[in-house]
Design a protein around this ligand. Structure first.
Ligand code: ADP
Ligand code: MG
Length: 558
């Protein structure tokens, strides 16, 4: 054993600690879920390491998590016999904000406590949540495979500093002891703990054990209180909605529910299980914008956790999906490089896309209110699929929702099928207009003519729309056309055509005068039939970039 060494937390850790303890108080019991989830991760890591070095678990093969409350000492202990940590790892993992996610998290804080609390939930604040209920935390750990003399004790009151000490540790793994604050005695109650475990951690795949009770007092014997089986391996008809929601929370660290999920066992040339969730709440802005590193789809091989493989198993436009893929056939020593080019992985990825689109279609059909919430949150991410996934373009397009001249306000509620259902006799074009804002799209002079004739126009005002719609030339055999490009309607009958011809001739002197005045700044001045109220508008050639897109590119410095 060495003399304790005192070290300062990184400034950012202090910030996180302060924030966590202050804004998460209303969800204080999440600390238990977070510490159990760390213990479970540590067991996963050891099981994986033992695949190539069986000696690591030889002396103590049953991976488990134990929780002990001591009423006299007022401590709550969470103990695992997982991978453990070396001294350097303790410094790296517990004393610094090593993970870039933490940094982004801090950057995204707004000072709005309610919003921040949700963000923390999404982010899974992890180990530091212990300080919501504890005024001192002692962590003792020994790395699997290290000698008993290389144990490490870390201790902190959660205010800027911690101490570190080398100690003897008889067993591998990590023990976190929480010295509970005055008001937190409820977490010393075994029934309360049991309730929390079954509520939040029932589907942790390792046994979570509590002391057996005898005449109201804990004994030295332990019993397992969670289900301790990988949820996705259980038959669907045995699982209730609460089971799925509980598991969702345990893998996503979300406080809220999932919106929908799909659970499938595939047997055939290769066998695997998929359990995919669509979240209810928007995650980080960074996730929506695609700047975040992608996380949230866990790859298991024959029940052994291998790695987070979102990037390999899901295309970017489905990056909001959370869940588990468990393969029977991939080799356990699979690496990221192998995953990139593996044929079985490509098949599983195809299945993930198909099942997600199936799920969204079903939601749109059976639960339109839920689907509307999905659209509002993730609709713009899904649009990227129009460009990214040519093979599924039509299916994705079917799921998109837009504002239109026929819908109320700015809400995006109109599907392309709705539009087609309302088309006028003889109309074979889906008209749209793009602009910087809904108001600008709606008020655009370029659509006056169509509106006057009662032709519906989709009003696109999201930044991604112009780019996306360029990839969607056609839907269900109907051409999509920009209402501000080229000639709007060649399809008029004889007398109308004659009237237009005369009007155009009568306007010739004005047209020539304007053309002279504008000179090289326009390519042509012509009489338009698309206007009903405005005297003039700018029109693009059939193949010119839309005005809105030109402006975006200018803004971006092109
Ligand atoms: P996260 O679990 O999201 O990485 P945490 O704050 O919960 O974040 O934990 C930080 C890191 O500390 C973990 O990634 C892990 O490396 C380490 N750690 C925490 N608890 C344990 C444990 N019981 N056993 C081994 N390592 C742990
Ligand atoms: Mg954690």
């Amino acid at each position: 054993s060495s003399k304790p060494e005192t070290r300062a937390f990184e400034a950012e850790v202090s910030q996180v600690l302060h924030l966590v303890t202050h804004s998460l108080y209303s969800h204080k019991e999440i600390f238990l879920r977070e510490l159990i989830s760390n213990a479970s991760d540590a067991c996963d890591k050891l099981r994986f390491a033992a695949l190539s070095d069986a000696a690591l678990t030889a002396d103590d093969a049953e991976l488990r998590i134990e929780i002990v409350a001591d009423k006299d000492a007022r401590t709550l202990t969470i103990r695992d016999n997982g991978i453990g940590m070396t001294r350097d790892e303790v410094i790296e993992n517990i004393g610094t904000v090593a993970r870039s996610g933490t940094r982004r998290f801090l950057e995204s804080l707004s000072g709005d406590a309610r919003r921040d609390t949700q963000l923390i939930g999404q982010f899974g604040v992890g180990f530091y949540s212990a300080f919501i209920v504890a005024d001192k935390v002692t962590l003792t750990t020994r790395k699997a495979g290290a000698p008993a003399g290389e144990g490490v004790r870390w201790e902190s009151g959660g205010s800027g500093e911690y101490t570190l000490e080398t100690v003897d540790a008889a067993q591998r793994g990590t023990t976190a002891t929480l010295h509970l604050k005055e008001d937190e005695s409820e977490f010393l109650d075994v029934w309360k703990l049991r309730d929390l475990i079954t509520r939040y951690s029932d589907h942790v795949a390792f046994p979570i054990r509590l002391p057996k009770m005898h005449e109201g007092a804990p004994t030295d014997e332990f019993e397992t209180v969670n289900h301790a089986a990988a949820l996705w391996t259980r038959p669907k008809n045995e699982l209730k909605d609460e089971d799925y929601q509980g598991f969702y929370k345990s893998i996503s660290h979300d406080f809220g529910d999932a919106l929908a999920w799909t659970h499938n066992r595939v047997e055939g040339s290769q066998s695997y299980t998929l359990l995919l969730y669509v979240p209810e709440k928007p995650p980080f802005d960074a996730v929506l914008s695609g700047r975040d590193e992608r996380k949230g789809l866990k790859l298991y091989i024959r029940r052994v956790f291998i790695m987070d493989a979102s990037e390999q198993l899901l295309p970017s436009y489905l990056r909001f999906v959370r869940g588990v893929v468990d393969s029977d056939d991939l080799p356990l020593n699979v690496s990221r490089e192998i995953l990139q080019e593996n044929r079985l992985v490509a098949q599983i990825r195809g299945a993930c896309v198909k099942r997600t689109l199936d799920l969204l279609e079903k939601l749109a059909k059976d639960e339109p209110e839920k689907f509307a919430r999905f659209s509002a949150t993730f609709g713009n991410v899904l649009k990227e699929g129009i460009a990214e996934d040519g093979a599924n373009r039509e299916r994705i397009a079917k799921l998109l929702r837009f504002a239109s001249t026929a819908s109320e306000g700015e809400a995006k509620t109109v599907s392309l099928d709705d539009y087609i259902g309302r088309m006028q006799a003889g109309q074979d074009t889906i008209w749209y207009i793009t602009a910087d804002s809904h108001a600008a799209a709606k008020g655009s002079p370029q659509i006056e003519g169509l509106r006057a004739k009662g032709v519906e126009v989709l009003l696109l005002s999201d930044r991604i729309d112009e780019w996306m719609i360029g990839y969607l030339g056609e839907y269900a055999g109907k051409k999509l056309r920009h209402a501000g490009k080229g000639e709007v309607d060649a399809e008029v009958d004889g007398s109308e055509a004659e009237r237009r011809k005369q009007a155009a001739e009568a306007a010739q002197p004005v047209v020539q005068k304007l053309a002279g005045l504008l000179g090289g700044r326009v390519s042509e001045v012509r009489v338009s039939h698309r206007l009903t109220q405005s005297p003039s508008c700018l029109v693009l050639g059939e193949h010119d970039m839309a005005l809105h897109m030109q402006r975006l590119l200018r803004e971006a410095g092109h």
